[in-house]
Design a binder for this molecule. Sequence first.
Ligand SMILES: *Cc1c(COP(=O)(O)O)cnc(C)c1O
Length: 390
Amino acid sequence: MNEKDVKPATIAAQALGWIDGETRGIVAPIHTSTTYIRDPDNQYRSGRVYARDHNPTFDQAEAVLTALEGGQRSLLFASGMAAATAVFQALAPGDHVLAPQVMYWSLRNWLMNFATHWGLRVEFIDMADPAEVRRALQPGRTKLVWIETPANPLWTITDIEVTCGIVHAAGAAAVVDSTVATPVLSRPLALGADIVMHAATKYLNGHSDVIAGTLTTRKESALWLRIKSIRAQIGGILGPFEAWLLTRGMRTLFPRVRASCASAQAIAEHFAQHPLVEEVLYPGLPAFPGHAIACKQMTGGFGGMLSIRVRGHGNNADDGERAAIATAAGVAVWKRATSLGGVESLIEHRASVEGLGTPVPSDLLRLSVGIEDTGDLIADLEQALSNAQA
Ligand SMILES: *Cc1c(COP(=O)(O)O)cnc(C)c1O
C-alpha cells in the first residue's frame, strides 16, 4: 500500500510517519535554538535565520494539520486567540466583517472592544441563516466572514458549503473556527472555506496542558501571506516544547474524539427526556434545529460538546439558574472548570462566565465530554441533578 493513500486516522497516529534525519528516531526532537548560523559567504542556506519567524519544531505539527484539513499550509500560534486575531489584523481599517451572534465569547469581546477601535466594521448576525448572511454582505466592503460551527455554547450549526458560496459570490473570504468539530468530524476547506482555525488548546492537543492555536489555508492567498507576516512580526508563536506536545497530542486525536462523540451522544440521549432537564442542546439529537445540516457536513459523530438547561422546581424566574449552579456544585466525576476538548470531562455554568449581553440562558450548563466511562458520567450527573432539587 502506498503510504500516501492512508486514512487521516493513520496520518494522525503516525504524525505523517516522519523519521528524524539525524538520529532515525520515530519521534522528532525539540529544537530550542533561537538563532541559526550564517554561512561564511553571508548566505543562510539552511533557510533559517531566527526562531520568531519559524522554529523547526513547528514543522511536523503544521504538516500533520495541513494533511488532516486537506489544506496547503498551516501556522501554529501561541493560542487560539492569537490565531483568530491574526486573521482580523490582516485586514485594513474600514473593512467590513461579519461574525456570528453565537460564538466563542472571548473572540466576540475582542471583536467588539478592540477590532472596532482599529477601524474594522464588525457586524454580528445570525450566521446560521443564509438569508441573513446574504442580506448583511456588502460586496466590495465586506472582506471576511467568520463562521463557528458547532458554535459555543449553544452548538448552533452553520451550513459551511452554502454560507461559503454566498460569501464568495460577494468577493469576501470565509474563515471557519472548527475547534469543536475537529478535523476528525469536519473538513471545512473541502466545503469551500478559505481558512480553518483551531484552538489547539482543546481537542488537537487534548490533554489540557498546552495553550495553542492554528490556522490552515486552502491556498497561499494574499490574505494568508499577510497573516504569516503578522505572526513573524508580532511574534505570537508557540514555544518549541508546546509545539512538540501538540504533535504528540494529535497522534491520539482520532480515538479521543471518537470516544468523546460516542459518550456525548449517549449522554445527550439519556438526558433529552429527563424530568429535571428542560432541554438538551446537541447537534446529534434529531430534534436539534441544525441536525440535518450537521448530518451533511460532519462525519463520524457530532462532537464531544453539549449543553443542558436545568429545570427549576419553583415559580421564580431564577429557579433554573439556581438549580444549574447547584448541579455544577454537586458533581464529583465531572470537573467544574472552563475550557473543553480534554480527556477529562468538564462542566461549566456559562452565563456566570459570559456576563451581561450573553445570548446564553442562565439555566445552561456546558458539558465537555472526555473519555471516561460513560456510565460514570451519567450517574454522576444524575445524582447532582437530583441533589440540586433537594
Ligand atoms: C478556546 C477557544 C478559542 C480560543 O482559544 P485559546 O487557545 O483559549 O486562546 C477559540 N475558539 C473556540 C471555539 C474555543 O473553544
